[in-house]
Design a protein. Structure first.
Lengths: 169, 102
C-alpha cells in the first residue's frame, strides 16, 4: 500500500496525479506476474492510466475547490493499493462533505462547461463509494478500477494468450 | 502549461501544451476571452502537445467553442491523444470539436 498526505490545495494536484500514474504502472506490473499464470487479463496501459488519472484528478479538484473551498484548510490523505486484479484508491479529507446522489448528471448534448467531475469519476471507475465524515471522522471516497480488457481486439489477444475457456473479467 | 496564439489572415491557431486543468485553466482564460473579443471566426486549437486535461480545462475550451460559434465562427480542435482524447470521447466532444479524425 502507498500512502500520501498533501495539503488540500490545487498546487498539489500534479504531485498526486504523478503518484497515481506511477501506481497504475505498479498495479500493471503486479498483474503481469499473475497474467503469465492465466489468472488475470490486463488492460492496455494507456486507457487504464488515462481513466484512473482523470478520475483521481476530478476527485482531488472537488476536495480542493468544494471541500476546502480553495482555502487549503485541511489535508488530503491518499491510500493507493495496487493489486493484480484491481487498483484501489481511497481519498480522505476533512472538508465540507457532499451528497453524491444530489449531483445531477451533466446534460452532454448542451455542452456543459462545469459539473462534469463526478460524471467522469463514475464513468471511469468501477466502484465509487462515498462516506461523508461524521463526528470528526473524515469524508472517505473509495474508488476501485478493475483490471480487465475492454476492447474487442484486446479480448481476442487475451484469448490467444491464455486458456480459451477462461472468460475475461 | 504553455500556450501560444498565432493569428494568420483567416485562422487563429491556439496551441496548448502540458496540463490544462483547474490549476492552469485560469491562466488561459484571458487569451480565450481576447480571441472572442477580436471576433476571430476560424480558430484551430492544437492539442498535440497536451498531456493532461480535466473538467476545468474542458470547460474553458467549451466556453471558447460556444462563444466563437455564437459569433458565426467555428473552433476546430486537433491533435488530442491519450488522456485528453479519452476525456473528449467520454464527454462526446470528439465529434463536436472535430477531434475524431486525429
Amino acid at each position: 500500500m502507498i500512502r500520501i498526505s498533501v495539503p488540500g490545495s490545487l498546487g498539489y494536484r500534479e504531485l498526486v496525479l504523478r503518484a497515481v500514474e506511477s501506481s497504475c504502472k505498479l498495479a500493471r506490473s503486479a498483474g503481469e506476474d499473475v497474467q503469465e499464470a492465466g489468472h488475470v487479463s490486463l488492460p492496455r496501459a494507456e486507457p487504464f492510466e488515462a481513466e484512473v488519472v482523470s478520475a483521481i484528478g476530478e476527485a482531488f479538484n472537488n476536495i480542493a475547490l468544494h471541500g476546502y473551498g480553495g482555502a487549503a484548510t485541511g489535508r488530503v490523505d491518499l491510500e493507493i493499493t495496487p493489486a493484480p486484479d484491481q487498483l484501489t484508491i481511497v481519498l480522505r479529507d476533512t472538508g465540507k462533505s457532499f451528497d453524491p446522489h444530489a449531483v445531477p448528471a451533466p446534460d452532454l448534448v448542451h455542452l456543459p462547461e462545469s459539473g462534469m467531475g463526478l460524471y467522469i469519476i463514475r464513468s471511469f471507475m468501477d466502484l465509487v463509494e462515498y462516506t461523508p465524515g461524521r463526528d470528526g471522522a473524515p469524508n472517505v471516497l473509495r474508488l476501485v478500477k478493475q483490471m480487465r480488457r475492454v476492447s474487442p481486439e484486446a479480448r481476442s489477444l487475451q484469448r490467444a494468450q491464455s486458456d480459451p475457456q477462461r472468460r475475461p473479467r | 502549461m504553455h500556450f501560444s496564439r498565432i493569428d494568420g489572415d483567416h485562422v487563429t491557431v491556439l496551441r496548448v501544451e502540458g496540463e490544462l486543468d483547474a490549476n492552469t485553466a485560469p491562466e488561459l482564460r484571458p487569451t480565450l476571452d481576447q480571441i472572442v473579443a477580436d471576433r476571430r471566426r476560424r480558430v484551430t486549437v492544437d492539442l498535440s502537445g497536451l498531456r493532461l486535461i480535466d473538467s476545468s480545462g474542458v470547460g474553458a475550451l467549451v466556453s471558447l467553442y460556444k462563444r466563437v460559434r455564437a459569433q458565426g465562427g467555428n473552433v476546430h480542435v486537433e491533435g488530442a491523444s491519450d488522456q485528453p482524447l479519452a476525456i473528449f470521447r467520454l464527454l462526446r466532444l470528439d465529434a463536436v470539436f472535430g477531434a475524431a479524425a486525429v
